[in-house]
Design a protein around this ligand. Structure first.
Ligand SMILES: Nc1ncnc2c1ncn2[C@@H]1O[C@H](COP(=O)(O)OP(=O)(O)OP(=O)(O)O)[C@@H](O)[C@H]1O
Ligand SMILES: [Mg+2]
Length: 456
């Protein structure tokens, strides 16, 4: 085995000699640096496998300032040496990412043990990185799926995230557009800054401007105080324009101006303010057709689509159905929960018009109805899924012969409610007001129930 390289960083000549001798005795190669700059230069020239770092050295002397050095040697493990058994400082160092600490004067045996453990950890981490790279990265960015289409999508997200290009995410409802927007943010350089969503379709046109750009006190009735807009909140981060196709034309102009110049005026204000945001926009509408029809501004369209990402419907990637269904089941029912083969067939045979959102809601409903099973044992079959989906024939509780004993009255009621709501919605072409009337509910009451059942 090649000897490990250790970088010993300390400004005391006596310790440099002694520590280096001990480490060489243990079979390591040692390089010595007497201050922070020399240490960084040495590490850049040839990264060490482990760094032994004294915190109070030039130019810092103050060990608190020395703490910031710890992160500069990544990914090598750093063992910090502190004077006078300074425990508080040692703990701070570990909080800042040091692998371990040793009090001075050093004990050679302890030094050897700590260094060996640190090197071992470094080797394991390197091996993990190597395996990850070899398997194409196990980091799925939260975008789960076994299909080629999803692998391609993840690959594009990884490549686009580091850029500052605006991204337009297109795809049918429930296919993961918002998830893609988050993944772009979380794997890009703005990940530690805010991710702010603007629901362009849900906010009334009159309010959208003040929501986006903020307003000054007194600028309209009810504006009792200055209020920052979402654009300001998103400064340095990502602004996610969800359902951008619903944005009213008057707002489209204002948004375009902001995207072109990086400046905006709060409602009721005169001075220009600045904000630096990366935009990700999403819509399930056909924006290109809207541009043709003249309902979406062409110049804004081109501004938003620096890059276009598409989230395909589930029907184009059937391999993802079992993978996603199992993911959602295990999230709610624990790691041991499973589907029977006929349940997987049932899932595969269905036409998921509501895409991943519908799949998720149905699986979660089936898991809830199947009862508070001890997590590791839950096994869902096709009948459980059919029951949750409100299929008449699959409602065993209505049939004395069916083994439905594990369902409680509450669960039966929930399933029945779900079935009646689904039917009513279908009858009236998904008009909430009409469906509510049919069911003898208020519109809000119906919407609340639908939210609870994941039917929205
Ligand atoms: N590839 C995926 N892996 C894991 N979960 C997913 C995936 N795709 C979608 N989901 C889940 O499905 C649901 C719907 O996704 P999301 O809200 O991102 O869709 P959307 O395209 O924005 O839908 P809409 O157009 O209706 O707003 C969410 O609960 C999301 O977490
Ligand atoms: Mg969405």
């Amino acid at each position: 085995m090649t000897p490990s390289r250790i970088l010993l960083v300390d400004d005391e000549p006596a310790f440099q000699r002694l520590g280096a001798a001990w480490l060489r005795d243990a079979g390591h190669e040692v390089e010595v640096a007497g201050d922070a700059a020399a240490a960084e230069a040495a590490f850049r020239r040839q990264p060490a496998d482990l760094v032994l770092l004294d915190l109070s050295m030039p130019p810092y002397h103050d060990p608190v300032a020395g703490l910031e050095l710890i992160s500069r040697f990544a990914p090598a493990p750093v063992v910090v040496t502190t004077g006078h058994a300074d425990h508080a400082m040692a703990l701070k160092a570990v909080e800042r990412g040091a692998w371990d600490f040793l009090g001075k004067p050093l004990d050679p045996d302890l030094l050897r043990v700590v260094v060996d453990r640190g090197l071992e950890r470094g080797r394991l981490l390197a091996e993990l990185r190597r395996l990850r790279a070899a398997t194409g990265g196990t980091d799925d960015l939260g975008l789960v799926g076994a299909s080629v289409a999803l692998a391609r999508l993840r690959d594009l997200v990884r490549r686009i995230a580091p850029t500052q290009l605006p991204v337009l995410v297109l795809g049918p409802s429930g296919t993961g557009k918002e998830l893609v927007a988050r993944a772009l943010h979380d794997s890009g350089p703005r990940r530690d800054q805010p991710f702010v969503t603007v629901h362009c379709g849900a906010i009334p046109a009159e309010l959208l401007e003040s929501e986006l750009f903020g307003h000054l006190k007194g600028s309209f009735t009810g504006a009792h105080a200055d209020r920052p807009g979402l654009v300001e909140t998103a400064h340095r981060g990502t602004l996610f324009l969800d359902e951008v196709g619903e944005m009213p034309p008057a707002m489209q102009v204002k948004l375009l101006r902001f995207l072109q110049e990086g400046t905006y005026q709060p409602v009721g204000g005169r001075e220009q303010r600045k904000a630096d945001v990366r935009t990700v926009a999403a819509t399930h509408r056909d924006l290109e057709a809207m541009v043709q029809e003249g309902t979406f501004r062409e110049d804004l369209y081109y501004r938003l689509k620096g890059m276009v990402l598409r989230t395909p419907p589930l029907s184009e990637r059937p391999e993802d159905v079992p993978v996603l269904a199992t993911l959602f089941l295990r999230r709610v029912s624990g790691r041991g929960a499973r589907f029977t083969p006929d349940a997987l067939d049932w899932l595969g045979g269905r036409d998921w018009r509501g895409n991943v959102r519908e799949l998720r809601a149905l699986v979660e409903c089936a898991a809830a109805l199947a009862g508070p099973a001890t997590a590791d044992e839950l096994l869902l079959d096709a009948a459980d899924l059919g029951f949750a989906a409100g299929e008449e024939a699959e409602a065993p509780a209505m049939d004395a012969a069916a083994p439905a004993s594990r369902r409680t009255l509450d669960q039966e009621v929930v399933a029945l409610e779900r079935r009646l709501i689904t039917q009513a919605l279908e009858e009236v072409g998904h008009n909430h007001t009409h469906a509510a009337r049919l069911l003898g509910l208020s519109r809000v009451g119906l919407l609340k129930k639908m939210d609870r059942m994941g039917l929205r």
